[in-house]
Design a protein around this ligand. Sequence first.
Ligand SMILES: *Cc1c(COP(=O)(O)O)cnc(C)c1O
Length: 316
Amino acid sequence: MVTFDDIASAAQQIAGVAHRTTVATSRLLDAACGNRMFLKCENLQRAGAFKFRGAYNAVSRLSEAERAAGVITHSSGNHAQALALVCQLLGVRATIVMPQNAPPQKLAATRDYGAEVVLYDPATATREAISRDLAEEHGYVLIPPYDHPHIIAGQGTAAMELVADAGPLDYLFVPCGGGGLLSGSAIAAKHLAPGCKVIGVEPAAGDDATRSFKTGFLHTVRNPDTIADGARTPSLGQLTFPLVRQHVDDMLAVSDDDLIRTMQFVWTRLKLIVEPTGVLGLAAVFNRRYPVEGQRVGVILSGGNADVAMAGQWFR
Ligand SMILES: *Cc1c(COP(=O)(O)O)cnc(C)c1O
């Protein structure tokens, strides 16, 4: 169970450590989307994504004994970097289990923050099993990327700030991988602006959460082929699935082409570097994949850790 009180408490816990990121607006974007748009710039958050919020909320609440044992996680990138930075700030040893095919600059950034990186082959092993085994062997505390109450509450603080800064919203579009950001955002937005409709967006190649949301049964997907590497998660979690079902109004999936068109607009016209996963929410509105017109629309731009070497392939 995660409530708005947990999110308000997380906001106090991270105050002065996480950035209160800006809310960007643009007439040009409003015209392109046919709505009044408010972008919560978590691409400008510490370590380049909202994940710093949940990671700091979780690790800073550990007991002295738990901190002394060290923490471990599995992540394809942004949670890893966030946890590594948080552990550096708090003086806690971090071990990160990452897939061999994770973007190279994400591997490098994680190591630069002082974490120990353990690589695995996603074709032959599951990261959950590897991190569980290492945690048992060494006594590390497992801090999962989304299915944890302190992570979910921390992620909800971004939407809390967005509603406070942008004023009443009719819609909030949120990227979805394992559903930590989406559940936290929905709990925060629904509490602060009950009329606000919260819409989750994921990549078409991995539309398991949309199918789970619509059917009520947990669907899974294996290594989905999408440029949205932050949303290649196998399924919603045990905590996030019921929270998404309870608090989210609708879900949809968008194509990689939609993500690229949206990213190109955001990079070139708004001068903001965002990563493919980071524009999932905006892509739904920008490419008119969801019927919303003339409304006040909030969007979480969830991350900016783009592999810039890929830009030549993405953009034309
Ligand atoms: C992790 C991540 C997501 C998805 O968050 P979940 O809590 O797993 O749903 C979206 N965007 C970016 C940039 C991320 O790093």
